[in-house]
Design a protein around this ligand. Structure first.
Ligand SMILES: Cc1cc2nc3c(=O)[nH]c(=O)nc-3n(C[C@H](O)[C@H](O)[C@H](O)COP(=O)(O)OP(=O)(O)OC[C@H]3O[C@@H](n4cnc5c(N)ncnc54)[C@H](O)[C@@H]3O)c2cc1C
Length: 236
């Protein structure tokens, strides 16, 4: 088990009306793989502590570590991170953690990414890792968000080069958008994701219910369950 270490908030930036990028300065950080997460611990003045996991959006060397946090309105930790944390604040982190839900530049097979809401964070790290390593592994992303205003890392995704990106919306779509707002179903998955292939890897990330529905749908379409890697963020 890795130990807790100090992190200082280096900068923050709005990603959407409910989500914020938080860049931490972590002395001694030795880098992370795309898809890994860390544990973050907050300690109140009375000693009360809360620990939550957050995926790491950044990849590569250096001691700056970026998170992307979306606010769960009645949550204990995420409203503080999205609305209150400031540059200079001290936090504690532990990580990087996780060795299964990761993409390595040495992996040359095709990759299908499926994100729900803030589940885009580790998948954005994979897109970043692909770009910085000049990998040519075929990448496709299906990103389900509530509305176009709820898309995290939108400018970056708009400039993701040859990564094929499809957006889907659950509450409001742009004017003239072909698909009406709804949750992804099996038909959507069949139409909007890569078909099963021997060396295809799928990464699915988001709220628990989203991940389970998407993973079940993909397996029913013939994907090998062992190649459908999932990360559940919690919630319904
Ligand atoms: C491996 C891992 C990586 C994660 N990475 C990210 C990330 O990159 N960005 C991010 O924003 N979150 C991420 N999460 C979710 C995060 O850990 C917290 O669960 C989330 O921020 C809510 O914490 P909270 O203290 O605000 O809410 P809590 O006080 O823990 O929960 C309040 C209420 O919200 C519900 N709830 C908890 N989590 C969620 C959720 N994710 N969606 C909807 N409802 C929820 C609870 O069931 C409860 O009813 C990740 C979780 C895991 C396990």
């Amino acid at each position: 088990m890795t130990t807790w270490r100090a992190a200082t908030v280096a900068s923050t930036a709005r990603l959407t009306s409910t989500a914020r990028s938080i860049v931490l300065d972590v002395p001694g950080w030795q880098g992370n793989l795309a898809g890994q997460h860390l544990d973050l611990r907050l300690t109140a003045e009375d000693g009360y502590q809360a620990v939550r996991s957050y995926s790491i959006a950044s990849v590569g060397p250096g001691q700056l570590v970026e998170l992307g946090v979306d606010k769960v309105v009645d949550g204990e930790v995420s409203p503080y991170l999205v609305d209150e944390v400031r540059a200079g604040d001290q936090l504690e982190i532990r990580g990087p953690l996780g060795g299964w839900f990761v993409w390595r530049p040495a992996d040359v097979g095709p990759v299908q990414l499926v994100a729900g809401g803030s589940g885009i964070v580790p998948l954005a790290a994979m897109i970043r890792a692909r770009r910085t390593s000049s990998s040519v592994a075929p990448f496709r992303l299906l990103y389900s968000a509530r509305t176009p205003d709820d898309v995290l890392f939108a400018p970056e995704l708009d400039n993701a080069g040859d990564v094929e990106i499809t957006f889907a919306y659950t509450r409001r779509a742009p004017d003239g958008f072909a698909r009406k707002p709804k949750r992804l179903d099996r038909t959507d998955l069949a139409e909007l994701t890569l078909p099963p292939a021997d060396d295809l890897t799928v990464f699915v990330c988001g709220p628990t219910g989203f991940v389970e529905a998407v993973a079940d749908g993909l397996v029913s379409l013939g994907h090998d369950p062992a190649r459908v890697k999932t990360e559940r963020f919690g919630g319904a």
